[in-house]
Ligand binder design. Structure first.
Ligand code: RIB
Ligand code: CA
Length: 304
């Protein structure tokens, strides 16, 4: 089976960890690189966490350290959701792996330009690295298939009532990415907030083996909901979309990112009721998710 080349930009983060445990072992995906960024916790911690995961899974996928801060804003981490380490709830073995020497933006540029096939970028964190990549090396856009990102939302935020965390923490970077002209598919809170893991599924994952046991420990700590009401597995939606787009309903809409003021970080979608104007509906916005199929897929993948 032909594997799709992807680069994941990530800030592990417990929901990132679950998404990576699926992507790094999925038969349809060729993960070329994990690029890390400061968001949930500092970039030192997100880099260490990405390395902990590739080591724990024993997969040969490089990790490159990215930006330590947003373009303009001061970072507001979310250790209250993911713990001080960014992946609290499980004691990982001592880390023996190291990240690549070069900055992730440089590594992404080289990988994209040398890829015989177009590469899909999958940012599941702030868009700082991706924005700098597109601004410093616009030539990469020719060899990017699309950007499939967990971020934003069309019905309110989780960090403010208007803004979702990944966009809120670097709205300027997100504005660059969404307006770049590279095709963007947005998995916002309006769908990822309905991508839930419940207790039954979590217990099945725990019983499935060492990876499941590790993830169960992280899930028990994760403050993105509760196992009783459902844990919000935001980032796994981006991976799910890559291999099961049919679980989602998407529409091309015009999305603009607010970068200043009290609604900074909002991904503002123009209504279809407004007559067409020069603001072309370019962003592929996921408007609905089959939550049952998502949870069945998620549990099944992590029980493999
Ligand atoms: O709002 C959810 C997003 O913020 C997820 O990517 C989660 O990991 C945090 O980064
Ligand atoms: Ca994330």
């Amino acid at each position: 089976m032909k594997k799709r080349p992807i680069i994941i930009d990530t800030d592990p983060g417990i929901d990132d960890a679950a998404a990576l445990c699926i992507a790094l072992r999925h038969p349809e995906l060729d993960v070329k690189l994990l690029s890390t960024v400061a968001a949930n916790v500092t970039v030192d911690k997100t880099t260490a966490n990405a390395l902990k995961l590739t080591q724990f899974l024993d997969v040969d996928v490089p990790v490159a350290r990215g930006c330590a801060a947003p373009l303009l804003k001061t970072l507001e981490p979310s250790s209250h959701i993911h713990g001080e380490s960014g992946m609290d709830g499980y004691e990982f073995p001592p880390l023996t792996r190291k990240p690549l020497e070069r900055h992730s933006v440089e590594v992404m540029r080289k990988m994209i330009m040398e890829s015989p096939e177009k590469v899909t970028l999958v940012p599941i964190a702030t868009h700082t690295n991706i924005a700098i990549l597109l601004r410093m090396y616009p030539e990469v856009m020719e060899n990017i298939e699309e950007i499939v990102t967990m971020g934003g939302g069309v019905a309110g935020g989780n960090t403010t009532s208007a803004a979702e965390f990944n966009i809120y923490n670097d709205p300027h970077a997100a504005a660059i990415v969404f307006s770049s002209g590279v095709p963007v598919t947005m998995l916002g809170l309006n769908v990822t907030g309905r991508a839930l893991l419940h207790m039954d599924g979590a217990l099945k994952i725990r019983e499935s083996g060492p990876v499941g046991e590790m993830l169960y420990g992280l899930f028990r700590f994760y403050r993105g909901g509760t196992l009783e009401a459902g844990l919000k597995i935001h980032d796994a939606c981006a991976i799910c979309y890559l291999v099961h787009p049919e679980f989602f309903t998407a529409e091309k809409r015009f999305i603009e990112v607010a970068t200043e003021g009290p609604a900074a970080g909002a991904t503002v979608m123009r209504s279809n009721l407004i007559k067409a104007d020069d603001r072309e509906p370019k962003t592929n916005v996921c408007m609905d998710i089959d939550s049952e199929k998502f949870e069945e897929w998620f549990v099944g993948e992590l029980c493999k």
